[in-house]
Design a protein around this ligand. Structure first.
Ligand code: S3P
Length: 183
């Protein structure tokens, strides 16, 4: 069996904020009959604070530490889950190692212009809000900084420009396609 469809291997959706990881993830998890986990939700549970509050009170480094713990916890959880990872999960080499070693990674890729329309003013996302550059410029910079990392860990790349239903369909097809892929 291909690693892509191995039922013991968590599926992790990665990509920049606004790519649709949570919305698409919920749908694909339901189709696959897997529990859905979201590392952002796990961070909020652990911190007992919202993500903007964690950034504000404890800083991004603390957020990243909680995010890494949440990823490890999610990957090890049973039954085998489908996980939506926060967009910055690939910034840590250790996280990338876990993704490569233990999971099937699906990169939801969409251009910054499309992401900008979806995230609006970015109010609930500390890396997009505040003074300075506008949301589109920030997304462009994040895209430029992270593309190589997303690419390096992705087993599958899915164009996430379309609506949630269409993208969920494409993810499910790509995962199922692993069966016929000679894996
Ligand atoms: C972040 C993405 C957010 C959240 C935090 C930081 C990032 O998650 O983890 O605001 O660094 O890209 P989503 O990608 O789910 O919006």
């Amino acid at each position: 069996m291909s690693e892509r469809t191995d039922p013991t291997r968590p599926v992790v959706l990665i990509g920049i904020m606004g790519a649709g990881k949570s919305a698409v993830g919920r749908r694909v998890a339901a189709r696959l009959g897997r529990p859905f986990l979201d590392t952002d939700d796990l961070v909020v549970e652990r911190a007992e604070m919202s993500i903007p509050e964690v950034f504000e009170q404890d800083g991004e480094l603390m957020f990243r530490a909680l995010e890494s713990e949440s990823l490890r916890h999610a990957v090890a959880s049973e039954p085998t889950p489908l996980i939506a990872a926060g967009g910055g999960v690939v910034l840590s080499d250790a996280n990338c190692e876990i993704l490569r070693e233990y999971t099937t990674v699906v990169w939801l890729d969409a251009p910054p212009e499309v992401l900008a329309e979806r995230v609006g003013d970015g109010a609930d996302r500390p890396l997009l809000s505040g003074g300075g550059p506008g949301v589109l410029d920030r997304l462009r910079a994040i895209d430029a900084n992270r593309r190589a990392r997303y690419e390096a860990v992705a087993d599958v790349v899915v164009d996430a420009t379309a609506g949630v239903d269409e993208v969920a369909e494409a993810v499910a097809a790509a995962l199922a396609g692993g069966d016929g892929g000679g894996g």
